[in-house]
Design a protein around this ligand. Structure first.
Ligand code: FAD
Length: 209
């Protein structure tokens, strides 16, 4: 539900003007708005994503307040036994100080041991969850045994301005790898639906207006 023209018309209404098609002057206007950080014309559109992700990624995502969320409820529905196990190459070590960590490849045995530990914990946690639910414990309480590697799902509706802020922060080297992968995917939709805005965003060093 997004296109470049919505930015142009959002800005041109200041002069009681409306365009039905983009031309070169409109592309120039978008570049100007981006560069000068006139952000509000980028708000007259929306993207709706249906995301399935581990809870620890969702927690980072929900910090982005400008946007709307609706999430799967473990009060009303039974939790699934779907948990995040990183691929061996995604198991990494952490070196350095807060604010300047680097994440380095670990030995293959460490990667395998990590995956094994995670799987064992997930299995034990989900078994405990099922036992509690079977004994009549409310799902809203039984879920307390589940780890943050459990998958959740949600809808996220966001305008291009807030999406660019998200991309700037989360499709970045400093973001956690797992959320970054999702941000990379979201970025493709911005590039597809609002190509002029996207090009201007890149030219502006990925700073959201
Ligand atoms: C690498 C990284 C590390 C992080 N580490 C931590 C951490 O250790 N602890 C932690 O708590 N969080 C952490 N965060 C989360 C971070 O502090 C933000 O909460 C999150 O990135 C959302 O950013 P935002 O506020 O710009 O986004 P949104 O909430 O979507 O807001 C978008 C923009 O709207 C404006 N805005 C929104 N709400 C307000 C407001 N109340 N007042 C004024 N302006 C507002 C701001 O301009 C803001 O940039 C981290 C984020 C990143 C990317």
């Amino acid at each position: 539900m997004a296109d470049d023209l919505s930015v142009v018309n959002g800005a041109r209404v200041s002069f009681a003007k409306h365009k039905a098609e983009m031309d070169d002057s409109d592309a120039g206007l978008i570049r100007f708005l981006m560069r000068e950080r006139h952000g509000t014309p980028f708000e007259h559109n929306s993207f709706r994503f249906h995301i399935r992700t581990p809870i620890f990624v969702a927690r980072e995502w929900f910090r982005h307040r400008i946007g709307s969320f609706n999430e799967f409820s473990m009060r009303y529905a039974k939790a699934t036994d779907d948990f995040y196990v990183p691929e061996p190459e995604d198991v990494r070590g952490q070196v350095g100080k807060p604010g300047a960590y680097s994440f380095e490849t670990v030995e293959p045995e460490v990667a395998e041991a990590t995956r094994k530990e995670l799987k064992a914990v997930y299995e034990a946690a989900y078994s405990a969850y099922e036992r509690l639910v079977e004994q009549g414990v409310a799902r809203e309480l039984a879920r307390a045994v589940l780890p943050v590697g459990a998958y959740t799902e949600f809808y996220w509706t966001v305008n291009a301005r807030a999406l660019m802020n998200f991309l700037s922060l989360r499709n970045s080297e400093t973001a956690q790898r797992e959320i970054r992968r999702y941000a990379e995917a979201c970025e493709q939709f911005l590039a597809e639906r609002m190509p002029v805005t996207y090009t201007a965003f890149l030219a502006n060093d990925r700073i959201a207006p």
